[in-house]
Design a protein around this ligand. Structure first.
Ligand code: BGC
Length: 252
């Protein structure tokens, strides 16, 4: 197997993306292949989509890391927010391995993005607590303390203003659905990030997800004490983190 290459696959509520990654630099070595997340987010369909992407990449003989937008504990998916409820309690890692005919490393999507930003991006060399937030279909969070990930923090599901989950009101998709303009979204995110500040006193927030490509539209309207950094790896953080973690687990 090629020592410094791995494939990262990032499964989200809207799209499934994959690329070959140089795990020593975090750079993409291939084009990014992408398909829409199959309607309904059923396990068989998502596994088939990942198989298709690996095929498109030429099924390279390297480690493969796969992210998923749910709590992932010992390879099992323990929640399902923007995918089918059948994922709850499913032996997902094993199912992917059977469907793909190979071993994989399986992690939460925000955790993968957090690890990538810690290794190669905006959270590099930070000593205190960094909270990486992904603003996309949902809201994902990753806690990195002194360079170490504390997995499955799921702060997108804090109860918020009468809703069961903050992400229902505040994710990037919710902004579109609610037709909120960017400054108003920044204003609502201010309350959310202030709440996280109060609870956890992080040293840095990193804003990740597709919207990190246009931070000037909303980040200036987020008025908090804690510094905010924009994800350096943009929308590729999940792919890069998945590949990096797959490589690490093979080196163990
Ligand atoms: C899921 C998280 C995920 C986040 C971002 C949330 O709905 O519960 O596991 O990290 O969306 O995709």
């Amino acid at each position: 197997m090629a020592a410094h290459k791995a494939v990262g696959v990032d499964i989200g509520g809207t799209g499934v993306k994959a690329a070959l990654v140089d795990v020593s630099t975090g750079e993409l070595l291939s084009e990014r292949h992408k398909v829409a997340t199959p309607q309904g987010g059923e396990p068989e369909d998502i596994i088939a989509a990942v198989a298709q992407l690996l095929k498109e990449l030429g099924s390279p003989d390297v480690e493969v890391g796969v992210t998923f937008p749910a709590i992932v504990r010992h390879g099992k998916t323990m929640s399902a927010a923007n995918v089918s409820e059948r994922w709850i309690g499913l032996e997902a890692e094993t199912l992917f391995e059977q469907g793909l005919g190979r071993d994989i490393t399986f992690v939460n999507d925000a955790d993968a993005a957090g690890v990538a930003e810690q290794q190669f991006g905006a959270a590099k060399d930070q000593q205190g607590l960094v909270i990486v937030t992904t603003l996309g279909t949902g809201i994902g969070t990753a806690f990195i303390y002194r360079g170490v990930l504390q997995p499955n923090t799921e702060l997108g599901h804090l109860q918020w203003k009468g809703e069961e989950s903050a992400e229902t009101l505040l994710s990037a998709r919710a902004r579109e659905r609610r037709d909120l303009d960017w400054p108003d979204w920044g204003g609502e995110l201010t309350d959310y990030y202030r709440h996280l500040e109060l609870l956890f006193s992080p040293e840095l927030f990193v804003i990740s997800g597709g919207v990190s490509k246009k931070p000037e539209k909303f980040v200036p309207f987020i008025d908090i004490e804690t510094p905010i950094a924009i994800a350096k790896l943009k929308n590729n953080a999940g792919i890069i983190g998945a590949a990096h973690l797959a490589h690490l687990s093979s080196a163990r």
